[in-house]
Ligand binder design. Sequence first.
Ligand SMILES: O=C(O)C1=C[C@@H](OP(=O)(O)O)[C@@H](O)[C@H](O)C1
Ligand SMILES: C=C(OP(=O)(O)O)C(=O)O
Length: 452
Amino acid sequence: MVTMTVEETWAAPQADGPLEATVTIPGSKSLSNRYLILAALGSRPVRLTGLLRSRDTDLMIGALAALGVDCRVDPNKATNVTVIPPAGGRFRGGARVDCGLAGTVMRFVPGLAMLADGPTRFDGDEQAYRRPMRPLLEGLTQLGARIEYLGQEGFLPFVLTPPDRLVGREVTIDSSASSQFISGLLLLAARADGPTTIVHSGQHLPSLPHIAMTVEDLRQAGVRVQANPDRCRWSVEGRGTAGTGLPDQVQVEPDLSNAAPFLGAALIGGGQVSVPNWPDHTTQPGGLLPGYLETIGAQVDMVPDGQGSPTCRVTGGEAIHGLGDFDLSPAGEIVPSIAAILVFADGPSRLHGIGHLRGHETNRLKALATEITRIGGQARELDDGLAIEPVPVHRLHGAVMETYADHRMATFAAMIGLRIPGIRVRNIGTTAKTMPDFPGMWKRMLAGEDQG
Ligand SMILES: O=C(O)C1=C[C@@H](OP(=O)(O)O)[C@@H](O)[C@H](O)C1
Ligand SMILES: C=C(OP(=O)(O)O)C(=O)O
């Protein structure tokens, strides 16, 4: 294990007065990586604009390149990328795919490997070896794949050998550990010969907005999908080698989950933070954020912007309220940001429906309980979530906070540091998983520099 001195940690800046900032948020990780996959599954070049460029999307671009997809980055603007699928829609076998710690890469790219002309080897960060993979790989096995596990069964690393031909059929998996298993199968099903029906057999299904996002993006790519989330069934028209047909150019929405630390800062630090280009309609779970923040005590205004989408302006209120018993299963990925705000609440919160966060970048329930306790707060894991009790702010104190290679634990710690002096953060660079320059953006927000 690498140990770090205090000097190597990042001193989280405190808010020394009410915030007054406009922050432009880079493209959505989830949309960027879906569009990259959907473009690769098509038969014509697609130009993606406003694409997120961060570790997770660069890993996706690297994975596509390894499989024979030509991804051309605009030399004048790195967020514009043209994706050129391989001729005939057949991906290059014999590839090695590095998934890093990216759920979207490890759960979506094996689908592409089903259409390759040879086996593909999947590997990733050591920490990724603990992220669940088995239900996805069982689904792919039902579609004809052969999986050879190279480490622990059910986890990375593994080799996937594709079937000679991908034929649609009914596939049943338990997706309670991650919605990404269903999304990965849905994306691939667009290229099957004949229809595919995907059935979820488990009790709980997290992150339903992310599944709705996959369905909407497939439809945008001309693929017919019947979605019955209430019955846990999704059917996809298989378009065979005709593949998907995204428009020639697709603009990516800002990442609304990455907006959460900045908008949440207005509650913790006081004042106002605005995020421009807030989509009028979105499938991103971050679309639920304005409503959550209002419940917690913020004032939220959607300020019209004349021509484009409105600006979301969040103003911190007098008090921060606990959420009581609250189901966060639709928006698990923003739990660390919500939790950071709730540390300062005047009442308790019991966040439910998020047991699957134990299989995220790290065991987030354990990490959040540990880090809240470390600064003098009170939190404990629940079977399906996290309980946070109010503690007077003068009892909270500085500490060196761990981030567990988890970008959202790093932004969580930065949020805590807005109000508590002496917070230092280990490995702030881990935020590069989904945000290219979080420390710079945070500093500019605190300085009130307009990033709009
Ligand atoms: O499909 C996606 O883009 C995602 C789905 C969610 O995964 P889980 O269902 O595993 O939480 C989310 O947490 C993750 O950040 C991104
Ligand atoms: C869970 C997350 O990421 P991943 O796509 O790696 O699952 C996340 O970003 O919060």
